[in-house]
Design a protein around this ligand. Structure first.
Ligand SMILES: C[S@@+](CC[C@H](N)C(=O)[O-])C[C@H]1O[C@@H](n2cnc3c(N)ncnc32)[C@H](O)[C@@H]1O
Ligand code: SF4
Length: 451
């Protein structure tokens, strides 16, 4: 049976499964867990372990139709100014809770559009972050950049304040596709921003682009790839477009009949993978590519690549503190998500100093599944020896799990002396396998609670 037929038989083209940027996925977070545990989890952060910091700026000057991120449109900076004041309060309150001052290993500004801040507002925000945390050795600062909203003086300021990585939103370069997703952005505009960044010493550039967009064809994606490569990125993230108009109302501007079907989407991702590998990019996880000397590619080769809310990372920190509306924090004992709308977020910060409202308390069984899911999403395989080290389960437990997976997915996974691996060419099934494990082990978990 050919690859497409095999994957079809396993349900790849019909399945709706999480992207597993966390386990459990954020839609399973429980009401009030965040608010209940956030303060305590922050207090318990050990000073000897550096943390990662994520800051969410949920505002955009334009609202692209395809975008599934929860963002708020604004023409002026006035709602942003009040929001930044509350962010600064949240950063101060949270950073003073641990017994000792924390070291920050990573700082990432995401959104929305962090670059819509004026230089003065950005300076104020960064002053607050750098006042709150010491810098760990090897500290890295990265920012998500919409090239149509990236003033040269702001880029200069970010570089002066230590930004060394940037993630640039491209999505597609084809004009017909850009019109159909409500996001016009010329190639020259994107190239200019890349040049400015490199001129300021920001040499690590990631480009986000999408397959499965309206009017996109395998041929048009191939042409977009030719142009994306001219931007000379070190990393690429090629996401499958998620069409969820019931969640993101503005996507109803995109008629579903203009979208390529699941098998064409698969052809698109295959084409991109082949083309990028042929010119020297290494495929990482389910949707990232990097040049061999890029730190993410090195981390992947050395088994250090991790999965997090931004996709893939070489960030080794156990704890991540998320600031801002809807930001998610990860602690050793669980996840905590801030109130999602900017108004609810601001009200919480003004009342309590912190804004956690949802979250998840990780039990031992969850930790086990999180380890399995992260391994599959990062390495397309399971290495039992590493799981035995990090969980309380025995090799015998994992042996039966591996047997079960090899039976269930007989045509796409193979056993391996250390566990199993997904056969080359069938990596697209990684999320399906995670979803299978999730369903199977979550049921066991429910049974054990019922007894
Ligand atoms: C949070 S957005 C920020 C991007 C930045 N504001 C810009 O416009 O360049 C980060 C990335 O999420 C991805 N994204 C947004 N909506 C998506 C969707 N519906 N399906 C898949 N990826 C999506 C896009 O690739 C985008 O670059
Ligand atoms: S893609 Fe970027 S600019 Fe467009 S709506 Fe989403 S976050 Fe805003």
């Amino acid at each position: 049976m050919d690859k497409i037929s095999t994957l079809r038989r396993y349900g790849l083209f019909d399945a709706k499964v999480p992207r597993y940027t966390s386990y459990p996925p954020a839609n399973r977070f429980e009401q009030d867990v965040g608010a209940r545990h956030q303060r305590n989890w922050l207090e318990q952060l050990p000073a000897h372990d550096p943390v990662s910091v994520y800051i969410h700026i949920p505002f955009c000057r334009r609202l692209c139709w395809f975008c599934a991120c929860r963002t708020q449109g604004t023409k002026t900076l006035s709602p942003v100014e009040g929001y930044i004041e509350d962010l600064i309060t949240e950063i101060k309150v949270a950073s003073e809770l641990p017994r000792e001052r924390l070291k920050m290993a990573r700082l990432h500004l995401g959104g929305g559009t962090p670059t819509l801040l004026s230089p003065a507002l950005m300076d104020r925000l960064l002053d607050a972050v750098f006042d709150a945390f010491d810098l760990a050795e090897g500290f890295e600062f990265s920012v998500e950049i919409d090239p149509t909203e990236a003033a040269p003086d702001l880029l200069e300021l970010l570089a002066k304040r230590g930004m060394r990585r940037a993630s640039i939103g491209v999505q597609d370069i084809n004009l017909k596709v850009q019109k159909a997703i409500g996001r016009l952005q010329s190639f020259e505009q994107t190239q200019e921003v890349c040049d400015i960044l490199r001129g300021h010493g920001v040499h690590s550039l990631n480009v986000d682009f999408l397959y499965g967009l309206p009017h996109q064809t395998v041929q048009s994606l191939s042409e977009t790839l030719d142009q994306v490569v001219l931007l000379k990125p070190n990393r690429l993230a090629l996401y499958g477009y998620a069409h969820v108009p019931h969640v993101s109302k503005r996507q109803s501007m995109i008629p579903s009949e203009h979208l390529p079907g699941p098998e064409t989407r698969f052809d698109m991702s295959e084409l991109a993978r082949e083309r990028l590998c042929a010119i020297g990019f290494e495929p990482l996880g389910i949707d990232h590519f990097a040049l061999p000397d890029d730190s993410l590619a090195c981390a992947a080769r050395e088994g250090r690549m991790r999965r997090n809310f931004q996709g893939y990372t070489d960030d080794p920190c156990e704890s991540l503190i998320g600031f801002g509306a809807s930001a998610i924090s990860r602690f050793r004992r669980g996840y905590c998500q801030n109130a999602v709308s900017t108004s609810a977020y601001r009200q919480r910060v003004q009342t309590y100093g912190l804004a956690g409202h949802k979250g998840y308390y990780m039990r031992e069984e969850d930790r086990l599944l999180a380890g399995l899911v992260e391994q599959i999403m990062c390495t397309h395989g399971i290495d039992v020896s590493r799981l035995v080290e990090s969980t309380e389960q025995s090799e015998i437990y994992f042996a039966s799990l591996i047997d079960e997976l090899c039976r269930q997915f007989a045509d796409i996974v193979d056993p391996h002396p250390l566990g199993l691996f997904i056969r080359p060419g069938y990596e697209a099934a990684a999320r399906l396998i995670c979803a299978h494990l999730d369903a199977a082990l979550s049921v066991q978990h429910t049974h054990s609670l019922a007894i």
